[in-house]
Design a protein around this ligand. Sequence first.
Ligand SMILES: NC(=O)c1ccc[n+]([C@@H]2O[C@H](COP(=O)([O-])OP(=O)(O)OC[C@H]3O[C@@H](n4cnc5c(N)ncnc54)[C@H](OP(=O)(O)O)[C@@H]3O)[C@@H](O)[C@H]2O)c1
Length: 248
Amino acid sequence: MTVLILGGTAEARELALWLQERGVPFTSSLAGRVARPRLPVGEVRIGGFGGAEGLAAHLREHGVTAVVDATHPFATGISRNAAAACTATGTPLVRLERPGWETAPGSDAWTWADTHAEAAEAAARLGGAPFLTTGRQSLGHFLAPLAESRALVRVVDPPDVPLPAPWTLLTSRGPYTLEGERELLRRHACDVLVTKNSGGAHTWPKMAAAAELGVPVVVIRRTGQLPGGEVRPDHLATGAWLSARGLA
Ligand SMILES: NC(=O)c1ccc[n+]([C@@H]2O[C@H](COP(=O)([O-])OP(=O)(O)OC[C@H]3O[C@@H](n4cnc5c(N)ncnc54)[C@H](OP(=O)(O)O)[C@@H]3O)[C@@H](O)[C@H]2O)c1
């Protein structure tokens, strides 16, 4: 009998620690997207389940008492699969989703985009040296619209597509500080920041640095409400949700 955390986020790692400290059996699941993932405490499994059906089979086989979908707000495929698999197996599901930046300071001055393609167009319109922080998997959307720009691209693992000649690639992993982000924006003379609406505090320093330096920001919206499960904003509220149901 075990809690399954669908992870890949700092919040998922915080919840793993919280469950471990209380002696609650749990397993964390990672997709295996990055070469050297930051691992949570406790048992970890890595790799896809094989769609909603594969996940449902996993829940049955491993006696999973509850699923915590603590995946990134933009990892919508696995969240939909979790909702379907939990419905099919009658497994309680809670979503740990950090609040977005819709009402964050300065958000009304940002350019909000519905898609990566729209964000790429906005970035091309707003500046000539964008700082792209939307991740390796979405880079394809920016290649053509920003091919002539002096883009700075920050990713965890090197992209598997060739980048336009004027682009600068930076492989690194957070956490980042306000001082570091300010220095980076200045050093590369970035004149527009492109980000997903990841939300939370962990990646906020780049937003604060952009605000300080007067650099415009393009933010890609979340897709909206995902199906199934109640939503909690952090690991403590999620832990309380599990405790209230005798699951932790
Ligand atoms: N998207 C982002 O911007 C972002 C940012 C930071 C971290 N992450 C993390 O990176 C992972 C992948 O994100 P994504 O956007 O590529 O996901 P996605 O598009 O929602 O998922 C695609 C497929 O990857 C597998 N998968 C995803 N998350 C998994 C997990 N935690 N454990 C096991 N399998 C998983 C599933 O494969 P099967 O169908 O075979 O089960 C899923 O159908 C997630 O764990 C997410 O939390 C994503």
